[in-house]
Ligand binder design. Structure first.
Ligand code: ADP
Length: 458
């Protein structure tokens, strides 16, 4: 889950929980207040009923007048008077006749505490215990509270509406909040995605302030500086060493060729000179690879970037491969070339691309014991596809993911010479050209390596 979604969710959950708690508290306290208020009114009526029915003179109408004049008649209000004998206690709860089917503990509480309250749905009961002249009386006043309930229903509706509106607003504000919180990180990711070996000199735009984001940018830029220095140092070394080695190698090659042109050479010396020449050629190929590896890691701007026509490049590579390995037989298949020739161009460096494709074809020849290698050029979507297929030893399934690692050689390659730098170099070059490499291989059956390069869009 993305951090932005996480923040939104967290924001939403916290706010929703808060809202639920607040709404529940409001509802609880308002309903408590309502009940309390209504019970107090009932209790006042209980006392008044006691005054009228128990304590006051039969002929006195004063309390009755107070009640009818000043006390509003509650909905379905009714008084109940129960006369108990003097010794009645809580144990007698079940003995006397009850005018209302209320729970025994309500009656019990009246007897033991002197008063009690009870509510069932919209019906409220308040009871009191009174003594007069050796008799005990229980007075219960019952009434309904339609207004209180209506108020609570209204309150419930309002709270639900407020809750729904608030969670919608919370969700929207959570989204906006998380979007703006993550925005700097998003722009960092975008900038970092644009940094590759070709533009290691690029830096992230500094962020003002002293927060974590500016610290991250600073740290990342520092790391890029260190990487760039290390990268250039390594590349310069490989590149200089390759250049330095190339001159004596050229001399060895030309001197050996001169030696071989001497017709008076004995067979043994000729064979030895030819072996030297062959090894010098191989060394030359290795040096080209190393130089290419170093170059492909350099800043892309330093290289000669131009439009390259891939079918022509493949033809040139096929010719070059035949010179390096005369026994190699290559079948070039151009039957799937597009009608529109402009779709065969990619932007890149000819020498590097030649080196990449020739490495793949040379491998095909080498690992198939000089069986013919098929090279096909076609178009796939917006990319040019060069596929090289051989019927050779294949690559063991579990080793296929390592073949692009420098100096890795599969376990079935011991009879073949190699150094494990050709494919890593090829991958570097293809990535430098914003392309990709795919591989399909089965042991003892063969290997297909696919190179996809972007069609030049200009
Ligand atoms: P190497 O000099 O060993 O050929 P590469 O970097 O060119 O080095 O290739 C790395 C490894 O990938 C090889 O050692 C081999 O195991 C495997 N490989 C590459 N191409 C093929 C192929 N066409 N058939 C079988 N194995 C291959």
């Amino acid at each position: 889950m993305k951090i932005q979604t996480k923040i939104t969710l967290l924001f939403f959950i916290i706010a929703t929980t808060g809202l639920v708690v607040i709404n529940a508290c409001i509802f609880y306290f308002v309903s408590e207040f309502n009940f309390e208020d209504f019970f107090e009114r009932l209790e006042a009526r209980v006392n008044l009923a006691a005054e009228i029915n128990i304590f006051s003179d039969k002929n006195s109408t004063a309390y009755q007048e107070v009640r009818s004049r000043y006390l509003e008649k509650l909905a379905n209000e009714k008084d109940y008077i129960i006369t108990l004998n003097q010794s009645a206690d809580q144990a007698d709860v079940l003995k006397f006749k009850k005018p209302l089917p209320l729970p025994n503990n309500f009656y019990g509480a009246i007897i033991s505490k002197g008063k009690a309250r009870y509510a069932k749905k919209n019906k409220f009961y308040a009871g009191g215990m009174f003594n007069k002249g050796g008799s005990k009386y229980i007075i219960i006043v019952a009434a309904e509270d339609p207004y209180g309930f209506k108020e609570l229903e209204e309150l419930k509706k309002v709270l639900v509406i407020i809750f729904i509106v608030s969670i919608i607003l919370t969700y929207i504000s959570g989204k906006v909040f998380s979007y703006y919180t993550i925005e700097p990180v998003r722009s960092i990711i975008k900038s970092v995605q644009n940094i590759s070996v070709t533009n290691l000199h690029s830096r992230l735009e500094e962020v003002k302030g002293k927060d974590e984001i500016s610290e991250l940018v600073y740290t990342f830029n520092n790391m890029l500086t260190r990487l760039e220095t290390a990268f250039e140092t390594q590349n310069n070394f490989v590149s200089n060493a390759s250049h330095e080695l190339r001159t004596p190698l050229t001399i060895i090659t030309s001197e050996t060729e001169l030696l071989l042109s001497d017709q008076t050479l004995s067979e043994k010396t000729r064979a030895a000179a030819q072996a030297v020449l062959c090894e010098a050629d191989k060394l030359n190929q290795i040096l080209s690879n190393l130089l290419g590896l170093a170059q492909s890691g350099f800043n892309g701007k330093k290289q000669n970037w131009e439009l390259v026509r891939i079918d022509e490049l493949v033809m040139n590579v096929a010719d070059a491969v035949k010179k390096i390995d005369p026994e190699c037989s290559i079948n070039v298949d151009f039957s799937k070339l597009p009608e529109d020739e402009s779709r065969l161009f990619t932007e890149g460096n000819v020498n590097l691309l030649q080196l990449a494709i020739s490495n793949i074809i040379l491998n095909g020849c080498k690992y198939s014991n000089k069986n013919p290698v098929d090279v096909k050029v076609s178009i796939e979507g917006e990319r040019i596809l060069v596929s090289v297929t051989d019927k050779g030893i294949g690559i063991p399934q579990d080793e296929q993911q390592h073949i692009f690692e420098p100096f890795f050689r599969a376990s079935n390659t011991s009879p073949f010479e190699g150094h494990g730098i050709g494919l890593p170099l090829t991958l570097n070059i293809i990535r430098l050209h914003k392309g990709s490499i795919g591989i399909r291989s089965e042991e003892q059956k063969g290997t297909e390596i696919q190179v996809l390069l972007p069609i030049n869009s200009n």
